[in-house]
Design a protein around this ligand. Structure first.
Ligand code: CA
Length: 224
C-alpha cells in the first residue's frame, strides 16, 4: 500500500517515511502544499498524511482541493494546532482523522491502519484467494498449500499489487510506481529480480503456476 506524506519539516517527513516503510508501506514525501497537490492529484495513493501548516497551500485547503476532484483517499491531518476548532475545520474540509503534534509514531501507525481497514471494508476484500494461495492483506500473511510463505516487505507489496490486477497484464513501469517510491528510476533488472524471487517463493514448489511473464510487456498473475 502506498502513502503520500505532505510535511514541510524535512526531519519529521523522513522519520515518518522510515517508520512507515518498516511497517511495510511505500511512502512518497512532498515538502510543500503545491508539491503535495501535484502528487495527490496525479498519483494513486491508499492514504494521505497531510500537515496543516504548509508553504503555498495549507493542509485544510489542500484537503478541499483533493475532495473537489472526487478523490476519496483517506486523509489524516497532522498539526501542532491542537484546538478543537482546527479539528472541526479539518474534518469539515473532508479529512478522515486528525492527529495533534507531537505524537507517538505508534499512535500514528494505529490510525493509519484503522483508516486503511475502514477503507478496505468499503471497497477491497481483506483476503484474496486464488487456487490454493490465500493472502491476508491486513495481517500481511501469504499461505499456499497450507504452508506460510515468508516474504519481505517489498515481495509482499509486489504480490499484493499483482493480485489487485489479477488476470490483467501489468507493465514494469506500473509495478515500479506502486511498489517503489517516486525516487526509484524504474530499473528493469531490479523489478525482474524481485519478480523472480517472489515467483520462486510462490510457484516453485507447486505444479500450478500463478505468476507468468508476458514477453516484452510485463507480468500477469492468473491461474492457467
Ligand atoms: Ca508544517
Amino acid at each position: 500500500m502506498k502513502i503520500l506524506i505532505v510535511e514541510d519539516e524535512i526531519k519529521l517527513g523522513n522519520y515518518l517515511k522510515q517508520g512507515l516503510s518498516e511497517a511495510g508501506f511505500v511512502a512518497d514525501i512532498a515538502v510543500d502544499g503545491l508539491d503535495g497537490q501535484h502528487l495527490a492529484l496525479t498519483e494513486k495513493y491508499d492514504l494521505i498524511i497531510l500537515d496543516i501548516m504548509l508553504p503555498f497551500i495549507d493542509g485544510l485547503k489542500l484537503t478541499q482541493i483533493i475532495r473537489e476532484k472526487n478523490i476519496t483517499t483517506p486523509i489524516l491531518l497532522l498539526s501542532a494546532l491542537d484546538k478543537t476548532q482546527d479539528k472541526v475545520k479539518g474534518l469539515n474540509a473532508g479529512a478522515d482523522d486528525y492527529l495533534a503534534k507531537p505524537f507517538d509514531f505508534a499512535e500514528l501507525l494505529a490510525r493509519v491502519r484503522s483508516l486503511l481497514r475502514r477503507k478496505s471494508n468499503e471497497i477491497k476484500p481483506m483476503r484474496i484467494e486464488i487456487c490454493d494461495l490465500s493472502v491476508d492483506l491486513v495481517k500481511r500473511v501469504a499461505i499456499r498449500g497450507g504452508k506460510k510463505i515468508d516474504l519481505t516487505n517489498k515481495e509482499f507489496l509486489l504480490l499484493e499489487f499483482l493480485l489487485s490486477y489479477q488476470g490483467e497484464v501489468v507493465t514494469r513501469s506500473l509495478i515500479a510506481s506502486h511498489v517503489w517510491d517516486i525516487n526509484f528510476d524504474s530499473d528493469r533488472n531490479v523489478i525482474d529480480t524481485m519478480v523472480k524471487r517472489l515467483r520462486g517463493k510462490i510457484d516453485n514448489d507447486f505444479d500450478k503456476k500463478l505468476i507468468h511473464t508476458v514477453r516484452g510487456i510485463g507480468y500477469i498473475l492468473e491461474l492457467r
